[in-house]
Design a protein. Structure first.
Length: 268
């Protein structure tokens, strides 16, 4: 099951501010000079000496901190190494994925490139966003359907928060990602589902031969078919439109610019 999303990266800039000069203390044992009653001429005014520019040794450093690496550029949109990492972590939230479908880093990057191309088209043809109520409804269903959620008791807020945290998300960040995913999937389906028909027999076969086997492998109770029919239809629909989608993505790549950066390579 393909999932879609966009990430943005933030850069933090640290500015070193040199401290001011401190006045040298006077010795407590020194004799105070007699007051001079003659008028004193003010000392000549001199321009302040500017502080020397900071040298590399003066710049702050954070041991162990590593900048996020750009791994691809899609028509001026950056994809970062952390985006790939997040895409890999999102696998845990796909209840219809079998154990043999584990993503590699290369496949995760390919998904992100495709997603970036699709989102750029979505911005040119904006649609209504999914409502928060619809997003929450899907997330509630996920909490019941993810096999690994059984041991976390994701039906409770504490269990769900623990499952999110162990996969690197907060409730708010996951909500935003899932809402984005729903918007992209809706755009894809509206564009490609014309003429694609999913039959009840196909849904039953997928449930019997794929889902039940996966839940059994994870020793988790399987949901009843009538509670996840729409989700299975979505999976099968995406499989059916996969060829159409791939052809479209190829044309978007040909029309635009996609640059993949390997370790050690710099962005053009």
């Amino acid at each position: 099951m393909e999932g879609w999303l966009i990430l943005a990266a933030a850069l933090c800039i640290f500015i070193f501010v040199p401290s001011g000069f401190a006045q040298a203390p006077t010795s407590s044992g020194a004799k105070s000079p007699e007051l001079n009653t003659q008028p004193q001429m003010p000392p000549p005014t001199t321009a302040p000496v500017p502080a020397p520019p900071p040298t590399p040794s003066m710049m702050p450093s954070v041991p162990g901190t590593e900048l996020d690496r750009v791994v691809a550029i899609v028509n001026d949109d950056l994809i970062l190494d952390s985006d790939v990492n997040e895409e890999l972590r999102l696998q845990a939230f796909d209840p219809y994925r079998t154990s043999s479908e584990k993503l590699s880093n290369e496949r995760a990057l390919e998904r992100l490139i495709n997603r970036a191309l699709i989102v750029q088209q979505l911005k040119l043809q904006p649609e209504d966003e999914p409502s928060d109520a619809d997003v929450n409804k899907q997330i509630d269903q996920l909490r019941r359907d993810i096999p690994a959620c059984a041991q976390y008791h994701c039906e409770t807020k504490e269990g769900w928060d623990r499952f999110l945290a162990e996969n690197g998300f907060t409730e708010a960040s996951f909500f935003a990602r899932w809402k984005e995913r729903m918007a992209v999937l809706s755009f894809i389906e509206d564009r490609f589902q014309m003429g694609v028909n999913i039959t009840p027999e196909q849904i039953q076969t997928y449930y019997d031969k794929t889902l039940l086997a996966e839940y059994a492998r994870q020793h988790a109770p399987a949901p009843k078919l009538n509670t996840i029919t729409n989700q299975i239809r979505e999976v099968l629909l995406q499989q059916q439109i996969s060829n159409l989608l791939q052809d479209w993505l190829k044309s978007l790549r040909a029309q635009g610019s996609v640059v993949v950066l390997h370790p050690g390579e710099e962005a053009p």
